[in-house]
Design a protein around this ligand. Structure first.
Ligand SMILES: Nc1ncnc2c1ncn2[C@@H]1O[C@H](COP(=O)(O)OP(=O)(O)O)[C@@H](O)[C@H]1O
Ligand SMILES: [Mg+2]
Length: 253
């Protein structure tokens, strides 16, 4: 059975005039445990909406959405979301931000400290434990957000254009690190991006969403070996995937 299973999911919002906005319709996708899925599609096609539904932060309008064998009914401690805006608590230090979830779950302090120390190491923030978010670069803040999500040992991480606001070099570094973290944490990732090369580089499968109302246009399996080397970006196969996906997107805009 799939780890995350969306079957004919639809999501309808209402605007201020009470007009229906159909964000998703007939959205069907099956994700296996430990898969790395990237999602691309035109602006406004419902990518964020799908992550919100999967995270249990928004109810679906119709269809079936199961996570870990059960219908998604609300936020699940086994899933965590990472946004483009880092959404850290400005009055908390790096360590306190990361320990926030475990603290809510009443994990004893020694264990919280151990978890945060491991994660700080994993995301390369040693030495910055006692800094506040406004003392950190965007890339470092996003590392904190990732560590904060991981602090609850989620099995599903939902990432909504997490590297969208970062400069190219930081983005590249974080892509490499995210793949390492994903392998270490043995979790499943759903990652929305606007960048086709990023989508190809990270994914086991790239999900292409049609223009609104979003449904799956095509799912492209990325048959490139792991670990993924950066040299891959210039390999003929990589470029072919990129070209193919770009054409699919162009058909939608
Ligand atoms: N809370 C909301 N209320 C009303 N409309 C919304 C809401 N959230 C998203 N939408 C609309 O749903 C559509 C899909 O949005 P979204 O999922 O954010 O797309 P994407 O992330 O692909 O850009 C858009 O037309 C957007 O304006
Ligand atoms: Mg979005």
């Amino acid at each position: 059975m799939a780890f995350l299973e969306a079957s004919n999911v639809s999501k309808v919002y209402h605007d201020k005039q009470n007009q229906e906005i159909v964000a998703l319709s007939n959205f069907t996708l099956s994700v296996a445990e430990r898969e790395f899925i990237t999602i691309i599609g035109p602006s406004g096609c419902g990518k964020s909406s799908f992550l919100f539904l999967a995270a249990g932060l928004e109810p679906l309008t119709s269809g079936v959405l199961n996570f870990n064998g059960k219908p998604v009914k609300g936020p699940d401690p086994l899933s965590a979301m990472v946004f483009q805006e880092y959404l850290l608590f400005p009055w908390k230090t790096v360590r306190e931000n990361i320990e926030f979830g475990p603290e809510l779950r009443r994990i004893p302090k020694v264990h919280r400290r151990e978890t945060s120390a491991n994660l700080i190491k994993m995301v390369g923030l040693e030495g910055f434990e006692n800094r506040y978010p406004n003392e950190l670069s965007g890339g470092m803040q996003q590392r904190v957000s990732i560590a904060r999500a991981l602090a609850n040992t989620p099995r599903l991480i939902l990432m909504d254009e997490p590297f969208g606001a970062l400069d190219a070099l930081t983005r590249e570094t974080l892509q490499i690190e995210l793949l390492k973290i994903w392998q270490q944490a043995k979790c499943t990732v759903l990652f929305v991006t606007h960048s086709i090369p990023e989508a190809v580089y990270l994914a086991d499968r790239v999900v292409v969403v049609s223009k609104r109302p979003g449904k799956i246009k095509e799912v492209v399996k990325i048959d490139l070996p792991r670990p993924r080397e950066r040299e891959m970006f210039t390999s003929p196969r990589f470029i072919e995937y990129e070209r193919y996906l770009k054409n699919l997107i162009l058909e939608e805009i």
